[in-house]
Design a protein around this ligand. Sequence first.
Ligand code: ZN
Length: 294
Amino acid sequence: MKPVFYRAMETTGLRLASFPGFAGISSPGIVILAYHDIGVLPEPVPRRYIYNVSEQNFREQMMILRKMDIPVIPLREAVLRLHGELPLDRRYAVLTFDDGFHLLMKSAVPVLQELEFPATFFVATGFLDKEIFPWLADDFLPSGEVIPQWQPFTKEDIKSIAGNPQFEIGSHSHLHVQFEEGKFDKYLQDVKLSIDVLQAGFGINVESFAYPYSFPGQRKRAGSEFGHLENGFRHFGLQAICTTQMGLNRAAHPAHRLKRMQVKSYDSPALFRARLAGNLGIPEFIQRLSHKLF
Ligand SMILES: [Zn+2]
């Protein structure tokens, strides 16, 4: 049982933070939610892995969107609204899933189909049909085990998603690359390879990209190199680029530096509502503290 102090903070602090008036959910803007894997991880769950969301929580979060009457729109439409080609008159949500977990086919995809919610899947194409995402195994499973929950999409999964007009497949690079200073050309080559794999192998016209790991534009020293990177993406025909910067996208926000809200394992309904508001900091701090994640 959690100590009284934590429980008190969670109930009062989070309720206040997610109160619609305080949270400002009614103001115009687009919240792009970033998910990873949805489903049950084996016990004990690797403690530092905070990106897994249970099926029950995911369904509950989707129902919150529906109950709060926040339209879920495709990423493509979000770009049009940010650019003023369609009105940006209220709060909208976009759903994105990073990496490309096979597990999603049985967990998230049926819920999205049932609710007719569009979504974008950012796929690291170098791992299709593989047994496990190697960076997850290396970072979280030191004993060398393989857990089926971290199996990447199969090629059949990609065909199935690509065949559904409700869904979009975007690039998450080929090998889930980390940007290294001085090596933007290597980074661009890897992204281009993923676009080519999706185009040549599956006939997918890739319009969007999400940076693996952190967004290199946040680094002070990225400077002019980062400009080269963004020019390269434009050259590849990418229309929407998602970063790991948190926040809400308001009118005229550039489509090549979209902010997102990462949904985490410990999100309570109140914290989820605070994410929809683009209102973090205090609510997330309280939730992490109450789960003793620091
Ligand atoms: Zn990733």
